[in-house]
Design a protein around this ligand. Structure first.
Ligand code: SAM
Ligand code: DTB
Ligand code: SF4
Length: 328
């Protein structure tokens, strides 16, 4: 099948439509492509914290920033698997391990991460890691260990990128995404809103994401968590309707993807989250901590889902259209 490239003008025209038209269309696209009233519950674990040499302006873990942080060396495999077991028991079906590395280096640490991936996958959890830049050979090793998804965000537009990060380029990020795709691993690729970007940057990011080939299996939409000691600590908060708009546009442009509400949910009302679910968001991180910043309590999330009649999604679910699945 020849993939159709979306033009920037078309993404812009979509983005500029009335908000409720977008939410309405996004809700229809969601129901045509995913079972209604289902949420993928995911747990995050920081397996190596702090001391990263990249200079991402938003990040608590960069050596270039001055955020209060307890640095941790790479965790032991058994400790990680214990956390994964607990995440599974508490209802998560996807387990994402993050390391504050600019890139993967071959050696004992990477061997250990491959063991972690194998252990998590053997538990029947969807495994995901985010380890920075990666070669094709390293991606192949993760695939052999059973990795389902690699998280590697573009964060913002190509045009705004060097206002956020200067130690790597947009093309470095795209190269890793290519290596991940060649190894047959799904990409979890999205961005952060509220970095001080313009509307045109959000449009440009969504345009790049939807033209990735293949499209990402998962699209994390992070709202900036302003961290003390980073250059973005005092950023103006993004209007919540801009957040909803991006979620709806992402859903319409990437119908099959899991649209993942990531960082920033703690500051977002339950009403706004419900509107985001209507606009196509169908995955959340649960548990009181993301990597280094707080997240809503598990009980509050389960209560919200129960109030809305939303059920947790099964792991590794075949994403055939609900109607096709019934017919099979
Ligand atoms: N070092 C790896 C990398 O950058 O790909 C993995 C870890 S990094 C912390 C994972 C993602 O978290 C980043 O790409 C960014 O999108 C998001 N993130 C980090 N700090 C954040 C913050 N303060 N607010 C919102 N999102 C953040
Ligand atoms: C993603 O896009 N968001 C998650 C996950 N991928 C690894 C991480 C959010 C981190 C938020 C800041 C922190 O807790 O350090
Ligand atoms: Fe933080 Fe990842 Fe950037 Fe390192 S590469 S500073 S861990 S976002």
């Amino acid at each position: 099948m020849v993939k159709k490239t979306m033009q920037l003008e078309d993404v812009k025209a979509l983005y500029e439509r009335p908000l409720l038209d977008l939410v309405f269309e996004a809700a229809q696209v969601t129901r045509e492509n995913h079972a209604p009233n289902e949420m993928q519950m995911c747990t995050l674990l920081s397996i190596k914290t702090g001391g990263c040499t990249e200079d991402c302006g938003y990040c608590s873990q960069s050596v270039h920033n001055d955020a209060p942080l307890d640095k941790e060396i790479l965790m032991k495999t058994d400790d990680v698997l214990e956390q994964a077991r607990k995440a599974k028991e508490s209802g998560s079906t996807r387990f994402c391990m993050g390391a504050a590395w600019p890139k993967v280096l071959d050696g004992r640490a990477f061997d250990r991460v491959c063991d972690m991936v194998k252990g998590v996958s053997d538990m029947g959890l969807e495994s995901c890691v985010t380890l920075g830049m990666l070669t094709e050979e390293q991606a192949n090793r993760l695939a052999e260990a059973g990795l389902k998804a690699y998280n590697h965000n573009l964060d913002t537009s190509r045009e705004f990128y060097d206002k956020v990060i200067t130690t790597r380029s947009y093309d470095d990020r795209l190269d890793t995404l290519k290596n991940v795709a060649k190894a047959g691993i799904s990409a979890c690729c999205g961005g952060i809103l509220g970095l001080g970007e313009k509307e045109s940057d959000r449009i440009s990011l969504l345009h790049t994401l939807c033209n990735l080939d293949p499209q990402p299996e998962s699209v994390p939409i992070n709202m900036l968590v302003p961290v003390e000691g980073t250059p973005m600590a005092n950023n103006k908060r993004l209007d919540i309707f801009e957040w909803i708009r991006c979620i709806a546009v992402a859903r319409i442009l990437m119908p099959k993807a899991m649209i993942r509400l990531s960082a920033g949910r703690l500051e977002i009302s339950k009403e706004a989250q419900a509107l985001a679910f209507m606009a196509g968001a169908n995955a959340i991180f649960t548990g009181e901590k993301l990597l280094t910043t707080p997240n809503p309590e598990k009980d509050a999330d389960y209560e919200l889902l129960a109030e809305l009649g939303i059920k947790p999604r099964q792991p590794n679910k075949d994403d055939a259209l609900p109607s096709q699945a019934e017919a099979a």
